[in-house]
Design a protein around this ligand. Structure first.
Ligand SMILES: Cc1cc2nc3c(=O)[nH]c(=O)nc-3n(C[C@H](O)[C@H](O)[C@H](O)COP(=O)(O)OP(=O)(O)OC[C@H]3O[C@@H](n4cnc5c(N)ncnc54)[C@H](O)[C@@H]3O)c2cc1C
Length: 379
């Protein structure tokens, strides 16, 4: 078994798989260490598939805009798998004046940063998507947003990375990172040691415990979100939907089923004893939210519901940075529930960082220093 490489990636989610692919394209030898029996068992295999720029924090908007302009439109062709990418826009819906105020604020910020997004009236909303309730009085409308299939996209990056020579090792749970005297750095798993010039830590919320072993702390926590899928319906619409208050988001898939997520995190106290399925109450609440926006779905059946954990960062944006105190270590975590849509762009910049190149997308505000500076100043 190979135990050394140019780059070791910890975590086989979409961030690890996309980064492995872009690094292999650059000719680097890469090992991905995954603690599970396969890839994609974390958030990457459980998410809502939104590929959105609207409603993004300005600090991560450059990644979202770069991906939508340069990567997503030809990803299926590039990876040789149809990732079911639809670029038919995102409607973020509002039912009250308060909702419209929230949406106006988000829209103004995004427009000032160059995104094509605008407010539309209730009538315009129903011109775009006739199935929406009369209770919707307005929305933000971003025509270049969309959605894709997270399972297929993660698998496509993985398959292509393997074809290009990346080694994926399973049941290799990294328990610590070790600084070395020379130009390399080590990842220690429950089974053995691996060595590389660079280690990219992309293990979701579990990155925190791993980075703590070298004194690095990203303030993030594990939060559960729920999702459901319905039985297949005839084609109705292919926009991505969200709401001002985030009480649900979702879309219709190629297969015809709808995938919807509830916006509110699940209460950890009701998660006890639940294996992989959210409690029925939370699915019912999500359904109630959905029907208040799309009454036409009242006869549709929920066929499955599940939850996934997100790496919810204190300030709601990820950390993509070299760690000065630990040469060779690159952090890629804290995606806070919106890492799928930006994953191709994140993989691109991480591959550049691991080759000591200047990132082609502005990620300067996603630095690690923002936490260490805050700690030093006692805030
Ligand atoms: C219900 C839900 C809905 C979502 N909806 C959207 C959406 O619509 N749009 C969007 O952009 N984002 C969405 N997200 C967020 C998105 O899924 C994540 O941000 C993204 O998948 C993060 O990918 P990742 O590779 O960083 O993490 P993960 O997919 O969680 O992968 C991390 C991997 O690291 C492995 N690992 C952990 N610890 C170790 C260790 N010690 N050693 C080795 N391996 C380890 C895990 O097993 C896992 O495979 C949603 C998330 C959830 C849960």
């Amino acid at each position: 078994m190979k135990t050394s490489a140019d780059v070791i990636i910890i975590g086989g989610g979409i961030i690890g798989c996309s980064t492995a692919y872009y690094l292999a394209q650059k000719g680097k030898k890469v090992i991905v260490l995954e603690k599970g029996k396969g890839i994609g068992y974390g958030g990457s295999g459980r998410n809502g598939g939104g590929v959105r720029q609207s409603g993004r924090d300005p600090r991560e908007l450059p990644l979202a805009m770069y991906g939508v302009k340069n990567l997503w439109p030809h990803l299926s062709e590039e990876l040789g798998t149809d990732v079911e990418y639809y670029q038919q826009g995102n409607l973020r819906l509002g039912k009250t004046d308060e909702h419209l105020q929230i949406l106006n604020g988000l829209t103004d910020v995004a427009v000032s940063l160059g995104l094509d997004v605008r407010m539309v009236t209730g009538e315009e909303v129903r011109d775009i998507c006739p199935h929406l309730s009369d209770r919707v009085v307005g929305a933000s409308w971003c025509p270049s947003d969309g959605h894709a299939n997270p399972l297929l996209t993660t698998l496509a990056f993985y398959t292509k990375a393997r074809q290009l020579g990346v080694t994926f090792l399973y049941e290799q749970s990294v328990i610590s990172i070790k600084k070395m005297a020379g130009p390399t750095i080590k990842a220690i798993t429950t089974r053995q040691e691996f060595e590389a010039e660079k280690i990219i830590l992309a293990a979701g919320y579990e990155s925190r415990a791993v980075s703590n072993t070298v004194g690095v702390d990203v303030p993030m926590q594990k939060i559960a979100l729920n999702t459901l899928v319905t039985n297949a319906q005839p084609p109705m619409f292919y926009q991505m939907l969200g709401t001002a208050t985030a009480d649900f988001y979702g879309h219709q898939t190629t297969h015809g089923s709808f995938v919807f997520g509830g916006g509110s995190p699940l209460d950890p106290s009701i998660m006890k004893g639940v294996a992989n399925q959210p409690p029925v109450e939370s699915t019912a609440t999500t359904c109630k939210g959905i029907l208040s926006y799309i009454p036409a779905l009242k006869h549709v059946k929920v066929v499955r519901a599940w939850f996934g954990f997100i790496d919810y960062c204190e300030d709601k944006v990820p950390v993509l940075d070299h760690v000065e105190e630990v040469p060779g270590l690159i952090l890629a975590c804290g995606f806070s529930g919106h890492g799928f849509g930006i994953a191709p762009a994140v993989g691109t910049v991480l591959s550049e960082m691991a080759c000591d190149e200047v990132p082609s997308i502005d990620i300067s505000e996603l630095n690690y220093r923002r936490f260490s500076d805050k700690r030093k100043s006692g805030l």
